[in-house]
Design a protein around this ligand. Structure first.
Ligand code: ZN
Length: 500
């Protein structure tokens, strides 16, 4: 063993300190406590952690060389490494604006980091719902693992959040908490009574009277004025609950509130220290009214749920992969009210899910909430990966498109979308250089966006049909992939910061 960590200086050529078959990922090179650390890559593109010096014996599963030891990129080794470099440990965003960059394939983190380097927002680099993990054959540990090693590879020291998104059970809270997630997004949608919007007054009344707390609810809400303000904009939202408003909000959301409260306690029991907690009701049938927002947030806060963010279902049509559909003035009016409520009752942040590609509402969000918003994106980075595939391997891209179209009717079931398949050009009639157009056309974007699970998990004779091939093309073209992500996610962040 040659304790290179003791003698390596930044201006020296790091590769002189490595075993012959490896090159260093330059931004990763660090030294600490007499030990040299670097992410290294062999000729075939396999990456590993190189450690040379006193700390070598702390890591697991290594292969020794004269120059030091090379270790696999496991979550355990990432944890050990974070004892030397605390920026490798996921942190919380707290009240700072945050931007979620979900990565369905597991190769995007360096591109995401390049997009967020301007520093306006705290990046959320691991962000997957349990549904997404199931569809892509991943799990909380593997999702976090690829993010952490991406952070090390880039030498990104600003910190990042790991969001366990759309949690619906205690089991998923426990799995994500023990993996090391720092943000927990509670999805109580199974407890939301969407029917409440359509119930007759009699039915509402009888359902309402069955709520244990109904008399206290009446005391808390009936005959009270609710005022929320945005001082900076000289804006005031004032309203009060009619009987119907209260019964509607309570019948619709009361069980969801109880569920979110329980989940908050599950997280609290399991996580040592601080965590971010979001409650998302963004997947309900109808938009969340300002009064419903007041009801949900107030009931959560008075139970001691320390809300970091809340995701209402915003007014208008927020579909996957495409711009906002709806009246921008109405959106602005509602957004302002939600902002004022979040500011006055909390403060906590508003959270916008499916936040990618909604370029027309970004100026409004920027105006009222650029310093107190949480945005989540995921599929849009997958689409950027497909753009790289379309150019790097047109034949693979065509095969992906065909499977996507075949699986779309089934895969769209859990999403609300107005996709018109007849507008999508026939992939076989397009020339190779026309293929990327499918990623600029709304209908084909949506088809490709929601079929990620089928594409990434489909098999033939027990072998993955596309996954490995797709990853290989991305690895071969990774600089193009990262620069696409930098531009595309960066465009969102520029709009959010009010830069363009
Ligand atoms: Zn969501």
């Amino acid at each position: 063993m040659n304790p290179a960590g003791m003698i390596y200086l930044a201006e020296q050529n790091i590769d002189d300190f490595l075993p012959d078959k490896y090159d260093a990922c330059e931004n990763s090179v660090r030294s600490s406590e007499g030990t040299l650390f670097a992410m290294v890559e062999d000729r075939r593109g396999n990456r590993a952690l190189f450690v040379s010096g006193r700390a070598e014996n702390k890591f697991e599963g290594g292969e020794s060389f004269e120059e030091g030891t090379v270790f696999p990129l496991t979550l355990e080794n990432a944890r050990k490494l974070s004892e030397f470099f605390s920026w490798l440990k996921p942190k919380i965003a707290g009240s700072d604006s945050a931007f979620g960059c979900g990565d369905r394939i597991g190769l995007a983190t360096p591109g995401h980091i390049r997009a967020v380097e301007k520093g306006d927002v705290v990046p959320v680099l691991a962000q997957q719902s349990i549904r997404e993990m199931e569809r892509t054959g991943r799990n909380p540990r593997s999702v976090l693992n690829t993010a952490v090693w991406g952070v090390f590879r880039e030498g990104f020291e600003e910190g990042f959040v790991a969001d366990a998104d759309h949690l619906k059970s205690r089991e998923s809270v426990e799995k994500t908490a023990s993996a090391g997630y720092t943000m927990f997004t509670c999805d109580p949608s199974e407890e939301v009574e969407n029917e409440a919007d359509r119930m007759s007054s009699d039915k509402l009344e009888s359902k309402f009277s069955r709520i244990d707390d109904s008399e206290e609810l009446v005391d808390r809400y009936i005959g009270k004025e609710f005022t929320a303000t945005l001082d900076k904009f000289d804006y005031k939202y004032e309203s009060s609950f009619s009987w119907k408003d209260l019964m509607g909000a309570a019948v619709k959301y009361y069980d969801a509130v109880l569920f979110a409260d329980r989940m908050y306690n599950w997280v609290d029991e399991k996580v040592n220290g601080n965590f971010d907690f979001e409650v998302s009701v963004d997947e309900t049938e109808n938009p969340t009214s300002p009064l419903e927002h007041i009801f949900v947030a107030n009931e959560l806060l008075r139970r001691g749920v320390n809300l970091t963010s809340l995701a209402p279902r915003f007014v208008g049509d927020i579909q996957k992969a495409i711009d906002y559909i709806g009246d921008l003035e109405k959106f602005e009016e509602a957004f302002k009210a939600h902002c004022a409520i979040a500011e006055t009752l909390g403060p906590y942040k508003l959270s916008l899910h499916s936040g990618s590609d909604k370029f027309s509402i970004y100026p409004i969000i920027s105006k009222y909430a650029k310093d107190k918003i949480h945005v989540k994106t995921a599929g849009t980075s997958y689409l950027e990966a497909l753009r790289v595939i379309a150019k790097g391997n047109p034949d693979l891209f065509r095969r992906i498109c065909r499977i996507a179209l075949e699986r779309f009717p089934e895969d769209r079931a859990t999403y609300h979308m107005t996709t018109d398949l007849s507008r999508i050009p026939d992939v076989d009639s397009l020339d190779d250089d026309e293929l990327p157009e499918l990623l600029d056309q709304d209908d084909s974007r949506q088809v490709l966006h929601v079929t990620y699970g089928s594409v990434l998990s489909c098999e033939e004779n027990g072998e993955p049909l596309f996954k490995d091939e797709l990853k290989n093309v991305l690895r071969k073209n990774e600089e193009r992939y990262f620069s696409r992500l930098k531009d595309h996610i960066g465009h969102h962040l520029d709009l959010l910061a009010g830069r363009s």
